[in-house]
Design a protein around this ligand. Structure first.
Ligand code: PLP
Length: 413
């Protein structure tokens, strides 16, 4: 089959049922943004909503806005907006804190539900914060608690009667490989273990059915495909069947049954609200609230179909045009087993990404050798994919990456 041309891509954009969503985003001129899986683009709704929240609700309403502007309910309001994107009822999702903090809460709560078991099972090479938090939890619990990490292919076989909880990131941040959520959850349940699913690289990119998969707990961040903005708060999912026995360790006043009774002793709130700890980060939540409006009429199966088509196109173009340039596909070739990103290993991956960024094509680098490209179907066009591959081709042909300027690592890669 011949390599798709720029005209072919323009024709696909013209026929794309999601194309109009691009108008909902602020996208800088001269930039092809393939890093929405790290920090989503700015939805146009956010600026005005933040302005109003600052000047009116904060500036004029002051402390009254906790009631009058609905601030106190934002963790639940936002949870209810995210719920349909993850296959959960509204009463099972809260927005609070960060992914790292919520993982700490969920791990401890899960271990408490399986007091006769001592092992947290995770995938080797998962996102570092997930592994680090689990190490911290095991150290804090003491008494034989341990994190065990295994390679991807060994996960199912490693779930035995010592495992209390299997905590997995659904889509791997480096390779984009997708786990079989329903299958591994069933496997964990068969051995008496609980599951925690990290949806950071899934939510807003792949349709998810937590309830259908029988997942026990889940969490994820909102600044990647959900476009909530830098440092946007995370979400946490606890199904109703587990809520009464869910006892997370960060028992702050917002998770109390009656926060404004100001009593000395902690009594957890009924339901999912006990997942909260302290005061919600209102300005970040308002930005997220505005960003989530974009999702009201997004057809998730169409989104997934476009995500697979964009990433398939990129693989095809890079492999055709940059053959012999040292790129090795690090993502599954089968789109059904891949999230919304494509990763290539390259010995000079960092410099190549820097050279691309200098030309307006923004991807990112994940050590030691991964050049990573995210495809956000709401605002990425087929022509963008073509142009990105074209710039990459040029950079490789001219060795534009091979200069000291592109080899000095910045703090954030
Ligand atoms: C992005 C990401 C995180 C980020 O956690 P923070 O607490 O927001 O820093 C955690 N886990 C995974 C798998 C991620 O992809």
């Amino acid at each position: 089959m011949s390599t798709p041309t720029l005209d072919d891509c323009a024709a696909r954009d013209a026929a794309d049922p999601l194309a109009h969503h691009r108008d909902a985003f602020v996208l800088p001129d001269g930039v092809i943004y393939l890093d929405g899986n790290s920090l989503g683009a700015l939805p146009k709704t956010v600026d005005g909503r933040l302005q109003a929240a600052v000047t009116e609700d904060w500036g004029q309403g002051l402390v009254r806005s906790w009631n009058d502007a609905g601030w106190i309910d934002l963790p639940a309001t936002l949870g209810a907006k995210i719920a349909p994107l993850i296959g959960a009822p509204a009463k099972e999702v809260m927005v609070a804190d960060s992914t790292s903090v919520n993982l700490f809460k969920l791990l401890v709560a899960a271990l408490r539900l399986r007091p006769d078991r001592r092992t947290i099972l995770m995938e080797a090479r998962d996102f570092p914060t997930d592994l680090y938090i689990a190490q911290g939890v095991a150290a804090l619990m003491g008494d034989g608690y341990a994190l065990r990490t295994v390679p991807t292919k060994d996960i199912a076989a490693a779930i035995d009667e010592t495992v209390a909880v299997v905590a997995l990131t659904h889509v791997n941040f480096k390779t984009g490989a997708v786990h079989d959520m329903a299958g591994l959850t069933a496997c964990a349940h068969g051995a008496g273990a609980l599951t925690i699913w990290d949806l950071c690289h899934t939510v807003g990119a792949l349709p998810i059915d937590l309830a259908g998969a029988g997942a026990d707990f889940a969490l994820g961040c909102t600044y990647k495909y959900l476009n909530g903005g830098p440092g946007a708060p995370a979400f946490v999912y606890v199904p109703q069947r587990l809520q009464a026995d869910f006892h997370q360790p960060l028992t702050g006043w917002m998770g109390h049954a009656d926060p404004f009774s100001f009593v000395d002793d902690f009594t957890p709130a009924d339901g999912i609200r006990r997942a909260l700890s302290g005061t919600p980060t209102i300005l970040s939540m308002i930005a997220l609230d505005a960003a989530l409006d974009v999702w009201a009429d997004v057809d998730m199966p169409a989104l997934r179909a476009k995500s697979m088509a964009l990433s398939d196109l990129f693989i095809k173009l890079v492999e055709a045009r940059c053959a012999g340039q040292g790129f090795a596909l690090a993502s599954p070739r089968d789109a059904a087993r891949r999230g919304s990103q494509v990763s290539f290993r390259h010995p000079h991956g960092y410099a190549v990404i820097q050279a691309l960024i200098a030309r307006g094509v923004i991807g990112d680098f994940r050590a030691p050798d991964i050049a990573r490209f995210g495809f956000t179907p709401l605002y990425t066009r087929y022509v963008d994919v073509w142009q990105a591959a074209d710039v990459l081709f040029d950079i490789m042909e001219t060795r534009a990456w091979d200069t000291p300027q592109f080899k000095t690592r910045a703090a954030v890669t």
